[in-house]
Design a protein around this ligand. Sequence first.
Ligand code: BDR
Ligand code: CA
Length: 318
Amino acid sequence: PRKLILDVDTGTDDAVAIMFAALHPDLDLVGVTTVNGNVPLAATTDNTLRVLDHIGRADIPVYPGLAGPIARHGFPGRLHFAQGTKNDMHGGALPLPAATSSAQPTGAVEFLVETLRSTSDPVTLVAVGPLSNVATALAIDPSIVDAVAQVVIMGGAHAYGNVTASAEFNIWVDPEAANMVFAAGFERLTLVPLDATHQALITRADCAAFAALGTPAGTAAATLITRRIDAYSANHGAKVDQTAPVHDAVCTAYLVRPDVVSTRRVHVTVETIGVHTIGRTVMDLRPNAEAPNADVAFTADKDLFTQLLTAVLAGQSA
Ligand code: BDR
Ligand code: CA
């Protein structure tokens, strides 16, 4: 199995990504690092522990990371989107029993640097929250890029954002961190932006099927994604037709079936100065574009995504 570190701001969709990574037989989840994002750090860490406990994987260590963005501490509303009031978060804690396990005493950044410095196997890094931890680890030791076989990031948007018209949440929260990560020189960096995740929409019928699996993971996924559909429908009305994206899980599905998305090699950088465009991922699609630094997913296969998710929640992934 492929050695994997997951960096999360759990979060209902992060929770599904964690279950996918922890339960898929082709993936060896060696640690989960947490970061400020959907909710404040203490809650993203607690939620991560709840998810792992619930599916019987409390053996996977959880390392708490940065409590805010690397450069924008003073910005109201940026430390976390709106503390615990993100629509699907109902005040912060996921609707799962409190965890009996605890986070590690080691911090996320220290874990990332030490693990990547000492590993003899290639490590895949999947980052599905603001990139504060990853950027800080790179600042401490830029040479760790060489130990990362592949980095997969949920973030950004080409067509339109979700925090502003320009910006997607993970990138908007910590745009300087994102810029550092895109510029770090990873040999394989895959970016999964909203353009792709908005095509892998889960329906209420899919949730009913997950619940019917009768597994702890299936039941949790049904509850959490239903909550996403409720919030998404309340926010967007008929336009989204009782569905919701489960952004972060598209990244974990991509690890085992890269054809769940289709990618294009592109140069990506992040706007950190604009009035209306802070946090925008600027994708250079010109014929004479700058040299590419990422594989960017522009489409996703909803049916394959649902199939992969169902198999892993059932405990039946090949
Ligand atoms: C991304 O932002 C976070 O809130 C979600 O968990 C996802 O990673 C979507 O914009
Ligand atoms: Ca997330």
